[in-house]
Design a binder for this molecule. Structure first.
Ligand code: GAL
Length: 352
């Protein structure tokens, strides 16, 4: 760790200095501060955390909780967000590798394109942990997430409890996100038998570019127009897309009468569940995800052995994995789930 980091940090200073067109005196300053940092913290594992986006509420929690956990384990961490761009995410990986990270935790924007990050990292002897979303077709070292097919099953099951017959719409997540594919797969496990029986007709089925609520709203408006507003229920992949769907439904005077699913237990999502405008959301205890992922990242950075209960095949390798349990939240169990865990405050949800 030590000698590689000295080498890489000097390289980083040169890279950054030339990039910033610094004067020679500033150059010396950079080198001095990098060396100073090294002398005091050379045994600390350095973790780079690369997010896809901070668009959705949950990623702020992931950032805070993961950073806290990594520091509690005596390591350092730097977080960057790529705002939904593969190019930016790859250049952020290059920068962190040049800065001497020992391990990268990555929330890939594009599951396939992020394979390049794994190649770059391994060339520099840096480990890669897939955080929440799996990087496909690459030798990923570890994967820490939730049982994402189960998320889809919970969403469709709660909707079918409300409406088990009629015209359904599926409003998915971003197709670049492997989770969105798994959520849909889980939902179809519940819906397909009812479709085969002829009870349900899936009249609209679309992924949502970049998980953008405005795109979900637009797509839902298209579906309503195509079906003359005769849509019985909507399986939406997260609270962001559910919010867009409900905007489209309320424009047609249907909000609250058409069941809609969600995910992430965002405050606005849980408020809608409380007001029964949205039927359910899926609570994924981020604190447990961040804690497990931080432990794996820091151990990987120390080249320690990490035993996992399961592995997931990502098209190239069986990736050692930790998959956590998602929890369905309806109006009836808000108190016993997100409130009890301190994830959300009752007053914020009910306004009382
Ligand atoms: C998924 C994640 C969800 C949701 C979505 C949009 O990968 O598992 O919790 O937030 O991204 O960012």
């Amino acid at each position: 760790m030590k000698y590689r980091r000295i080498l890489f940090s000097i390289l980083a200073v040169i890279l950054l200095a030339s990039a910033a067109g610094c004067s020679s005196s500033q150059n010396e300053e950079h080198k001095a501060s990098a060396k100073a940092r090294l002398i005091t913290e050379d045994e600390k594992v350095y973790v780079g955390f690369i997010l896809d986006t901070l668009q959705d509420e949950r990623w702020y929690r992931d950032k805070e909780l993961f950073e806290t956990q990594v520091k509690e384990l005596g390591a350092e961490v730097k977080t960057l967000a790529a705002n939904g761009s593969t190019e930016v995410q790859i250049s952020q990986a290059e920068l962190l590798i040049a800065e001497g990270v020992d391990v990268l935790a990555v929330v890939p924007y594009d599951a396939e394109a992020a394979a390049e990050i794994v190649e770059l990292a391994h060339k520099a002897d840096v480990k890669v942990v897939s955080y929440d979303r799996l990087i496909k077709n690459a030798d990923v070292d570890y994967y820490v997430s939730f049982d994402n097919e189960k998320v889809g099953e919970l969403q469709a099951s709660e909707i079918v409890k409300k409406k088990s017959k009629g015209k359904f719409a599926y409003i998915g997540g971003a197709e670049t996100d492997n989770n969105a594919v798994l959520f849909r797969k889980g939902a179809m496990k519940v819906l397909q038998p009812l479709i085969d029986k002829g009870d349900i007709e899936l009249v609209y089925d679309q992924y949502t570019e970049k998980w953008d609520p405005a795109v979900a709203e637009r797509n839902m408006k298209k579906a309503l127009k195509k079906e003359g507003n005769k849509i019985t229920a909507v399986v939406a992949a997260n609270d962001g897309t559910a919010g867009g769907v409900i905007k489209a439904l309320s424009a047609s005077g249907l909000a609250g009468t058409v069941p809609v699913s969600g995910q992430d237990a965002e405050l606005e999502g849980v408020r809608r569940v409380y007001k029964e405008i949205q039927s359910m959301t899926v609570y994924k205890p981020i604190v447990t995800l961040a804690k497990n992922a931080a432990e794996v990242a820091v151990k990987a950075g120390r080249n320690e052995n990490i035993a996992t209960e399961t592995s997931v095949h990502n098209g190239k390798a069986d990736v050692p994995s930790i998959l956590l349990e998602p929890i369905a939240v309806t109006k009836d169990n808000i108190q016993d789930t997100v409130v009890k865990d301190g994830y959300l405050d009752k007053k914020d949800i009910t306004g009382e």
